[in-house]
Design a protein around this ligand. Structure first.
Ligand code: PMP
Length: 351
């Protein structure tokens, strides 16, 4: 700690991301990246955009990308906001829609960045308890609150909520914003985007980091009614008016347009997830049914921490959370079939 730090810098407990070794020594199944490369059309477009125009500022309002997204999701351009990854979008949402001392609701087990933002902005949070099998029930959302954040599917459990369930939450809390974080929605879930025109309190966050294999490009977005997007623009323009760089703008647009590649890679991941879930169950794992590009697993005899360490020694990185209720679970991202076969073979040797 330095005496020069602000009170805020002294106070915050920053988020600790999963390990990101840069030397490609490991099979990386720890941060839910896509095992397949980005669409070849994305890489070509980024190469072409690597030209002297980089000396010029990018479009501060990201008009073309917003139009592409609006067209793809059946929205108006004014219902779209883009940012540098959904983590940044989420931080802007906290600033635009919650006040210090507000109380928001989060699931008891969820993406651990949410409590970090809440602490950063002095927002209180209450946890909605999960059942034994990590499912949520509607009762938990009746508590008074000034906003709700809910990933669908949830992370790290992979549990999915139906749109009917989400609509009930939206109706019950019509005077508060409800943020649905759909980072993993493309792996088998139904997006709440189609509810945007019906609910003035709905915000749907998505990212190109998972299903579009572009975690390295840092592009995320949020959809909601126009007045909500205007509030976000006010915050963004008081913080960083040039959001996405020129290469990210071009790459993101191509990623959304290459539907064929998107469908092909996401179906492969879903197929692999279902196969691997079955195979792990056969060797004594409890596997929570997942609609994400990861699975949440626990072995009936061998402790998760022990499995994590042994897998790492053998060159396979997965995610272990030393946290109450889930300390005996591992989160395993879905890799290629070859990577997952090696994972299963290695687990069989360990257990
Ligand atoms: N939401 C959830 C639930 C996540 O798991 C992640 C990835 N760690 C993010 C948002 C952020 O993703 P990105 O910033 O890469 O868009």
């Amino acid at each position: 700690m330095s005496k020069y730090w602000s009170k805020l810098a002294k106070k915050v407990e920053p988020y600790v991301p999963g390990e990101q070794p840069q030397d490609k020594k490991y099979i990386k199944l720890n941060t839910n990246e896509n095992p397949y490369p980005p669409s070849p059309k994305v890489m070509k477009a980024i190469k072409q955009a690597t030209n002297e125009d980089l000396k010029l500022y990018p479009d501060p309002t990201c008009e073309e990308l917003k139009a592409t997204l609006a067209d793809y999701y059946g929205l108006k351009k004014s219902q779209v906001f883009v940012g540098n990854g959904s983590d940044e979008v989420l931080a802007l949402l906290f600033m635009a829609f919650f006040d210090a001392d507000d109380s928001i609701l989060l699931p008891e087990i969820t993406y651990s960045f949410y409590p970090v933002y809440a602490n950063l902005f002095n927002i209180n949070y209450n946890l909605v308890q999960l059942d034994k099998d990590f499912s949520l029930s509607l009762d938990g959302f009746s508590e008074p609150n000034e906003g709700i954040i809910l990933p669908n599917p949830n992370a790290p459990t992979g549990k999915y909520l139906s749109l009917e369930f989400i609509e009930e939450i939206l109706k019950k809390n019509i005077d508060e914003v409800v943020i649905i974080d759909e980072a993993y929605i493309d792996f088998g879930g139904e997006s709440a985007v189609k509810l945007i025109d019906k609910y003035p309190n709905l915000l749907v966050v998505q990212t190109l980091s998972k299903s579009r294999a572009l975690a390295g490009l840092r592009v995320g977005f949020v959809f909601g009614q126009e007045d909500l997007m205007e509030g976000l623009d006010r915050i963004k323009n008081s913080f960083n008016s040039y959001t996405l760089d020129r290469l990210a703008l071009v790459g993101a647009k191509e990623a959304i347009k290459d539907e064929e590649y998107f469908q092909e890679t996401r179906s492969k991941i879903i197929k692999t997830r279902e196969r691997v879930s079955e195979e792990l169950r056969k060797i004594g794992f409890k596997v929570i049914e997942s609609k994400a590009n990861f699975i949440f697993v626990s072995h009936l005899r061998v402790q998760a921490e022990n499995l994590f360490n042994q897998l790492k020694e053998k060159g396979i990185l997965v995610r272990y959370f030393n946290q109450p209720r889930i300390e005996n679970f591992l989160r395993v991202s879905i890799g290629t079939d070859e990577e997952m076969d090696l994972l299963i073979k290695t687990l069989k040797e360990i257990i």
